[in-house]
Every structure is written in C-alpha cells, then in structure tokens.
Write a protein that binds this ligand. Structure first.
Ligand code: GRF
Length: 203
C-alpha cells in the first residue's frame, strides 16, 4: 500500500491544470491529497476551484512583500504548515527564487506548453507557431534555478495544423497537459522516479 503524499499547488490564473490534478486525486488515480492551493494573484480563478473541493485556498500576493525572498518565505511557511511534500506549479507566473528552491528542489515540478528545451518562457505556443515547427507539445519537469530548464519527467507531442492559431493550438496542447500532469505526479507519488543529473529515470 502506497502512502499518500501531500501536494501543494501554486497558481496565478484559471487553474485548469489544478482541476486536472484535483480530478485525478478524487478519482483515486494518484495516491495523493491536494492539501493547499496558493495563488500570488487574488483574482485567480483557480482559487474558486480549490474552495469548491474544500481545499484551503491561500492568497499570498507578491506585491505585498518587500522582496522575493520575504515573499517566498511566506509561501514556504504555508507549505510547511500544510505538510506539503510535493509542490506543483500550475500556471504559476512567477520565476522561482532561491528560497523556494532551497526548500523544495527535487520536490517541485512545473508544466510547460512546449516540448522543452524548445520555447521556454512566455507564449510558448506562439513561439512554436512563429518558428514554424511542425510538432510542439507539453512538458512536465522538475524545477531548477533556470527558466523551464529542469530535468524532464513526461512529454507529449502535439502536431501543428496548417490552420492553427495561438488559441486552437493552445487548446490542443492543454488537453495533453491535463493528461500528463497527473501522470507525472503519479510517478512521483508512487516513488518511481530518481533524478540523475539532467535525466529522470525509473527506479
Ligand atoms: C498552461 O498552459 C501551463 O502549461 C502554463 O500556464 C498555463 C496555465 O493554465 N504554465 P491553467 O491555469 O492551468 O489553466
């Protein structure tokens, strides 16, 4: 019998990936519990999703802190209060700084809408369209000090269609995000992964 791990989800927006995680947890697909959702943006739609599922939804507004370190110390405090063992960034629009990394490196993952290392950073779907690639996709990776550079856990490819624009492509990528994010979390919750340098391997 696997032990249940405590997940904390960091968001900044609508929270559709958060919803995919909550749904997988509620279906019993992942041996985990979402114990807290934290948003830096008080207007993030994902906060309502959390409340609907009786998950504590906490706003920690980065604008109320004098610098990144004090802001992240507050996040760490809340994560620790809820005994979080795995931090999932799901549309969290702040770059992770040294304080969060110091506490959660190797225990913090992110989802990105491209096949990394292609198109890191903002507007990954538009970057892919502008570059003219024929295939893009989604990536779940461990968070390190770079921007979308950490060891890769799961990827899913999405072919680009002739008539795609940013909106249609983003929607097809998002469908894959909602599949692979719970898959990656399941692998971690079941303690199946180890990180070896840049590579994530099955134990
Ligand atoms: C997703 O495309 C995710 O890959 C990116 O930000 C978006 C968040 O969407 N990091 P949502 O808030 O999960 O709906």
């Amino acid at each position: 019998m696997n032990k249940m791990i405590n997940i904390g989800v960091l968001i900044s927006g609508r929270g559709s990936n958060l919803q995919a995680i909550i749904d997988a947890v509620e279906k019993g697909t992942i041996p985990a519990k979402v114990v807290v959702v934290i948003s830096n943006d008080p207007s993030a739609g994902g906060l309502e999703r959390a409340k609907k599922h009786n998950i504590p939804a906490v706003v920690i507004d980065n604008r109320n802190f004098k610098d990144k370190n004090t802001y992240e110390l507050e996040i760490v405090k809340v994560l620790q209060q809820h005994k979080v063992e795995l931090v999932c960034l799901a549309g969290y629009m702040r770059i992770v700084g040294p304080i969060l990394l110091e506490h959660y490196e190797g225990k913090m993952i992110n989802i990105h809408p491209s096949l990394l290392p292609s198109f890191p950073g903002l507007h990954a779907q538009k970057q892919a369209l502008d570059h003219g690639v024929l295939i893009t996709g989604a990536t779940v990776h461990f968070v390190d000090s770079g921007c979308d550079t950490g060891p890769i856990i799961v990827q899913s490819a999405v072919p680009i269609k002739e008539k795609d624009d940013e909106e249609t492509l983003s929607a097809r990528i998002l469908e894959q995000e909602h599949i692979i994010y719970p898959q990656a979390i399941k692998l971690i919750a079941e303690d199946k992964l180890k990180i070896e340098g840049r590579k994530v391997k099955l134990k």
